[in-house]
Design a protein around this ligand. Sequence first.
Ligand code: NAP
Length: 244
Amino acid sequence: MKVIIIGATSAIAHETAKCFAKHSAELFLVGRDDAKVTVVANDLKVRGAKRVATFVLDLSELDRHQQMFDSAVATLHSIDMLLIAYGTLGNQRLCEQSVAETLQQFTNNCTSVISLLTISANYFEQQRHGCIAVISSAAGDRGRQSNYIYGTSKAAVSTFLQGLRNRLYKAGVSVVTIKPGFVDTPMTVHLKKGPLFASARSVGEGVYHAMKQGSDIVYLPWFWRPIMIVVRSLPESIFKRLSL
Ligand SMILES: NC(=O)c1ccc[n+]([C@@H]2O[C@H](COP(=O)([O-])OP(=O)(O)OC[C@H]3O[C@@H](n4cnc5c(N)ncnc54)[C@H](OP(=O)(O)O)[C@@H]3O)[C@@H](O)[C@H]2O)c1
């Protein structure tokens, strides 16, 4: 199994990568911090990965995406699976005061993901097999005042993936949308933890199983699916009055 993991230093992605390593996968890890990527790569080698290659890239540098993808293909020779796992929660209040910050967050969480998906979709469509998975978020299911810049980015990514899944179905390529709820990772370190928080390990393992099964849309943990059905069904006349 040959797998590219983009955003490999993410706590969730690292847990998913451990599952691949356990099954002797060949991994191509992409992250922006050389030292962190090296730590993850060394860990995965010890855990059984057949081979681990790394590529250091700040993924907001869109004009280097093609170079990174070409390097992955040249290194692995073929690609069975791709996971896009990076993202930033951003500061909603700061975004409300700054167009530049809003657009920067949107580029990091959405435009750059769409760039990578456009490049990789053409590769997988020609290859006629494989799996593309992206960690989106349950936060994209409905806009809330506390994080609608982040939520908008994830909603756009989820809709893009829906179209891509429909396009690539005929080519035998699965497109997996992962929608976690709250996960205890560095991204949420500042948030007060409650019973709805899941561990990075359980979510990372869920991502692995969803990719192996070629699922369509997966909520992690599962209970976010019924929660979001309720959240989406609330009429706007009520929802707009809530402090969410
Ligand atoms: N944690 C949650 O509650 C939650 C819920 C729903 C969805 N998600 C999504 O899950 C995914 C993984 O997040 P996580 O929870 O595992 O948090 P995390 O451990 O903080 O991981 C986020 C990762 O994104 C990387 N990153 C951000 N911007 C980047 C850029 N421009 N170029 C390269 N790498 C970049 C970070 O790199 P550095 O380590 O170098 O900073 C970090 O490895 C994200 O897409 C997130 O939106 C998380």
